[in-house]
Design a protein. Structure first.
Length: 241
């Protein structure tokens, strides 16, 4: 089994090396006969040293000039050679237990893919509330967080990958498409929870509660209008780091 790990990255020089180190450590802890992996970083038009640092860490680097999360993920998938894809954000850390769980899921032949619950160190009280709400929705509806999506490559290609009309929530759209693809073949889509993905809580620190609430309600009450317009999604695209 060959796993392609795809990391979309825009101006992530502060965190990309730590992310790639966590991937290397997690893969090394799960070495087994017949298991290989490749790591692809998609430089999404960065203006810092993201690409340089990724190359220094041994990753393959692909350039995507248009700033869009789904487009960056698709660019990485386009050059991937694995029979499974693992998309992880550059501000996140994999762990050996999670990779072991993912490999068990793959080897069971019962799944089309998975997401994961998340742990965000340093969250304030309202940030924790938002994370708990998302976790409940994610597990209930089997929606993967964009921070981690794993799926069969053939399924990904057949459903068309991430929807490039969407500037956010494209991982939820993909989760729905993968579940539908899987149901026709007797395969499940699940959310792993034993070894949560550690991901940055920086958005909760860079933005005020009012800004985050405003973005949330904009998506909630006018989803199509908001998700199709990058200008209406500053928390994803204004470049604060």
């Amino acid at each position: 089994m060959h796993l392609s790990i795809v990391i979309p990255a825009f101006n992530e020089e502060r965190l990309i090396t730590e992310c790639l180190d966590s991937i290397s450590e997690s893969l090394a802890a799960n070495q087994k006969p017949g298991f290989t992996a490749e790591v692809i970083v998609v430089d999404n038009n960065s203006t810092d040293k993201t690409a340089e640092l990724a190359k220094q860490s041994g990753a393959q680097v692909v350039f995507e000039p248009i700033n869009q999360i789904g487009r960056a993920r698709n660019a990485g998938a386009a050059v991937a050679t694995g029979d499974w894809l693992l998309f992880v954000d550059a501000d996140s850390l994999l762990n050996p237990g999670m990779i072991a769980d993912i490999l068990r899921m793959i080897e069971s032949d019962n799944y089309v893919g998975c997401g994961s619950t998340m742990h965000m160190p340093g969250l304030n009280w309202w940030g924790n509330g938002i994370l708990h709400l998302w976790t409940a929705l994610s597990v209930m509806f089997r929606w993967a967080s964009g921070a981690l999506v794993v799926c069969r490559t053939d399924a990904f290609r057949e459903v068309g990958g991430f929807n490039q009309e969407l500037f956010a929530a494209d991982e939820i759209d993909l989760s729905q498409l993968l579940k539908k693809w899987g149901r026709k073949r007797g395969l499940k889509f699940t959310i792993l929870n034993k070894h949560p993905l550690v991901t940055s809580s920086r958005k909760m620190k860079l933005y005020t509660g009012r800004e985050i609430a405003g973005q949330f309600f904009s998506v909630l009450f006018s989803p199509r209008k908001t998700l199709l317009d990058k200008k209406k999604l500053p928390i994803w695209y204004d470049g604060r780091r």
